[in-house]
Design a protein around this ligand. Structure first.
Ligand SMILES: C[S@@+](CC[C@H](N)C(=O)[O-])C[C@H]1O[C@@H](n2cnc3c(N)ncnc32)[C@H](O)[C@@H]1O
Length: 247
């Protein structure tokens, strides 16, 4: 068991501190490892999520756990030219720093604003966004139900929520191959490149214990979302969840 798994049994605040430190530590290698370890699939997963979000002119979105702002940038790219606004929130200052550099280098700082904050206590008023997203973030939150309620609270009535998260394939043969890669190879490559002792062990451990498919959809419904649905991407290694705030 690594330090993070020990903390998961302790307080939410302690877990948040550990997760925050871990992401700040790996931030400089985060984008490279995403592309490398997913063989470029991560871009496709985010594109699919943003297509489901379907940004329209004049709309405003919140990307929770924005990391290096890949989803926020994709929303701006997908939306009608210069007409959508995105706020990216994350509790890792280092991730936000890198996100800001990327946003500046792509000339999108008029469309994307970054804010420091935690998913369990979003620093926004009620009903102010047309859509909320979180990609590969929710599994790390110390209180998943609370963060879903927060995403629901900040949405306007009828607003869309799109969530991406890892899972294990359901087909037993695929699952065996994938687990070999995900639990044995990926942690070694991740450790070698990121130089972090446990971040890429934490990834498969948390994926294995996180509620997926129907179970996660039920959590979304309990938070108030209606028309909750999910779709498997890349043989079910990633799931795209969608839901709407009641009108
Ligand atoms: C795996 S990265 C995902 C980043 C980005 N969404 C992407 O698609 O690459 C997880 C991010 O969630 C952030 N995070 C984790 N728990 C959080 C929390 N409780 N509140 C805010 N941010 C959180 C981390 O700092 C990190 O930047």
């Amino acid at each position: 068991m690594n330090d993070l798994m020990i903390e998961r049994m302790e307080t939410p605040a302690a877990l948040n501190r550990q997760v925050q430190k871990m992401f700040s530590d790996i931030a400089p290698r985060y984008d490279f490892l995403n592309r490398f370890l997913s063989c470029g699939q991560d871009r496709y997963w985010r594109k699919r999520a943003v297509s489901r979000l379907a940004p329209h002119a004049g709309e405003r979105f919140l990307d929770v756990a924005t990391g290096t702002a890949d989803v926020a940038l994709e929303i701006v790219r997908k939306g009608p030219k210069d007409s959508v606004r995105v706020v990216g929130v994350d509790f890792s200052e280092k991730m936000l720093e890198l996100a800001q550099e990327k946003i500046n280098s792509q000339g999108k700082n008029h469309s994307i604003q970054l804010k420091s904050g935690s998913a369990e206590n979003l620093p926004f008023e009620d009903s102010c966004f047309d859509g909320t997203t979180t990609a590969f973030g929710i599994r790390n939150f110390s209180d998943v139900k609370q963060s879903l309620c927060e995403m629901y609270r900040v949405l306007k009535p009828g607003g869309r929520c799109v969530i991406l998260e890892f899972a294990l394939p359901q087909n037993s043969i695929l699952k065996a191959f994938y687990r070999f890669y995900f639990e044995l190879l990926l942690p070694r490559i991740g450790r070698l490149i990121s130089k972090h002792p446990s971040a890429y062990t934490y990834l498969p451990e948390t994926v294995a214990s996180f509620p997926v498919r129907k179970e996660f959809s039920n959590l979304m419904q309990q938070a108030g979302f209606r028309d909750v649905a999910y779709q498997e991407l890349t043989f079910g290694v990633v799931i795209l969840y969608t839901g709407l705030k009641q009108v």
